[in-house]
Structures are given as C-alpha cells and as structure tokens.
Design a protein around this ligand. Structure first.
Ligand code: FAD
Length: 287
C-alpha cells in the first residue's frame, strides 16, 4: 500500500524504523526484530540505508521481509554513495520486490570525499525527481524542524525543502526532536511557505544518555533542560534511563496527537521491547 494514502486518511498512524544488519551474519537477528515489531501491527515499517553502500543490499532484503509479515515497508535510499546508474538498478530491484514506498535521501557526505562527482545526484531533490519520473513509487523525504546542520539559515533550508516537495515528494519524515514546540513552530513555517504534504513526526525513545548527547551534537538537535535533567540523572543507570526514555517519548507522542499531529514514527533502534512498551502505553489513544 502507498504510505501517502494512509497518511492522508486523517487517522492516527504509528510507524517504526529499523536499521539493516551491518554484516550478513546478523541478517537472521534483524529478521527476528522485523517479526517482533511487525507483530505490534504498526502502520508501516521503514528500514534505513547504509550510506557507505556496504549494507544497501540488506535494505531491500529487510523491506521484503517486512512486507512478507503483512506490514507495508518503506525502504530508505541515499544517493551520496551511488551513481545515478546504480540508483536506477536499486529502483528496479525494489520494484521487483514489490516495494512501493521509498524515503529518498542524499545521505551524509563522507569526509575527504570529492562529492558531488559527475554521475551522482547532488541533493535529495534530484533523487526525488528521478524516482518521480518513473511514476511507480510513493516518495518520502527527510525534513529538519531545527534546520539541517549544513544549512546556515533555517529559511533557506525550508526553501530547499519546498523544492524537494515540488520535485515530487509525497510526504516528509522529521529528524528526531525533544521539544514539541520546535515541531509546532516548524509546521507553521512550512505551511506558510506552501508545503502541505503530510509530515510524520520522528520520535526517538532515548535509552542511552551519552550516545544521545553525541548524536544530538552531530545533528544539531536541541536537548531541552527537562530532557537533559533526565539524561544526566540516569546516565549510569541503564534500566532507569530506559524507563524514563520510554516515558518521555510516550508523553511527547500524547502531546503531539492531542495537538493534531497524527503521524508518528518511532526510531526503534532495532529494540522491539521498547516499541512494544510505547505501543502499550498508547493502546487506548491510537485505538
Ligand atoms: P538534502 O535534502 O539534499 O539536503 C542536504 C543539505 O543541502 C541541506 O542542508 C539542505 O538545506 C541543502 N540543500 C538542499 N537543496 C539545496 C540546493 N538546491 N542548493 C543548496 N543547498 C541545498 N542517512 C542515511 O545514510 N541513511 C538513512 O537511511 C537515513 N535516513 C534518514 C531518515 C530521516 C527521517 C532523516 C531526517 C535523516 C536520515 N538520514 C539517513 C540522514 C540524512 O541522510 C542526512 O541528514 C543528510 O545529511 C541529508 O540528507 P537529505 O536527504 O535531507 O539531504
């Protein structure tokens, strides 16, 4: 099923994200993660794409596994490490596997690379346009409520986002954020620019305090004082941090749904127990 149709239905949707195995030997474990998360009956499951190219084959395999479990799959695809010809081959492969939904991304530019080199797409918008031209996929793309780290001015970032949508993107998924007001502000600003495709809010249940501080520093994500206090207090107590992280994510989601943000994407980090606990916390809310 095309994800954009489901997002436009107006009902609350909850989806989950996984990452593919780094090595082939770990494929069985990730298939078990797929089985366990699929059993929670999310609206769709996305599977990320290794920018280095090494794990890219596994993205298509995992997407196929998701579909075989009766859940709609969203395959991520980055263009930073693949030439246009390679991208065309991957699109064919996804089509053969009956994957209908793609999250089209540029990917992070590797250090010391000569990107963009001839034969590559420079921005995700170019990849979106290429996929759109084929006419057979529902296309999602990334957006950044706090601005993308490389873009000096948030307004420019939104102008580029608009271009990406105009190139054919059907929906957007946000970078994680820990302060819902940042998302509400972003939604007003993109609407004012005429971007009106569905926006899926990306929620990260934090279970490792040090790791999240590192990730946020790299991505430019703000950690609000209320969240920082939790991360500091429970930094050395993993079980307590996990419980607090699940509670924080649950509260964020309830506030979003209460304010009309109906599409929620949980960055599960391949941990079915965390996804299960959040779904259980929301059982009456998401019906
Ligand atoms: P783009 O939309 O191309 O934007 C990149 C930068 O270029 C931005 O700063 C933008 O403002 C700027 N820009 C865009 N167009 C123009 C233009 N015409 N002129 C000048 N500047 C421009 N990474 C992975 O490797 N694998 C994944 O599976 C993955 N999944 C992700 C899922 C989500 C929901 C999110 C939010 C991110 C994900 N990422 C993933 C990370 C992503 O690849 C990086 O954030 C990357 O740096 C930017 O990718 P993009 O598709 O947003 O790029």
């Amino acid at each position: 099923m095309k994800i954009c149709e489901r997002l436009k239905s107006g009902r609350v949707t909850v989806s989950c994200e996984l990452f593919p195995p780094k090595k082939d030997g770990e494929l069985d474990h990730v298939c078990e993660v797929v089985r366990d998360i699929a059993a929670l009956k999310p609206d769709f499951m996305s599977v990320t794409y290794g920018a280095g190219g090494g794990t890219s084959i596994n993205t298509a395999r995992i997407a196929e596994e998701i579909e075989s479990r009766g859940v709609t799959a969203l395959a991520h695809l980055t263009c930073v490490s693949s030439t246009k010809d390679e991208v065309a081959r991957i699109l064919e492969e996804l089509k053969e596997k009956h994957i209908e939904n793609i999250l089209a991304l540029r990917g992070d530019i590797p250090k010391d690379s000569d990107f963009p080199s001839p034969g590559h797409y420079r921005y995700a918008s170019e990849l979106v346009a290429q996929i759109k031209a084929r006419g057979d996929f529902c296309i999602g793309a990334a957006c950044y409520p706090e601005g993308h780290i490389e873009c000096a001015h948030k307004e420019d970032d939104i102008d580029y986002l608009k271009r990406k949508v105009e190139c054919g993107c059907d929906f957007l998924t946000t970078q994680m954020f820990f302060d819902n007001n940042i998302l509400y502000n972003f939604l007003y600003r993109i609407l004012a620019k005429g971007i009106n495709v569905p926006v899926v809010a990306g929620i990260m249940p934090v279970t490792n305090s040090r790791q999240i501080k590192r990730i946020c520093a790299l991505s430019g994500t703000e950690l609000p004082p209320r969240f920082k206090a939790i991360a500091d207090k429970f930094a050395d107590r993993p079980a307590a941090m996990k419980q607090a992280g699940i509670a924080y994510a649950t509260e964020q989601i309830i506030d979003l749904i209460s304010n009309g943000v109906n599409s929620i994407h949980i960055y599960t980090m391949n941990k079915p127990d965390i996804a299960a606990k959040i779904m259980e916390n929301l059982s009456e809310i998401i019906g």
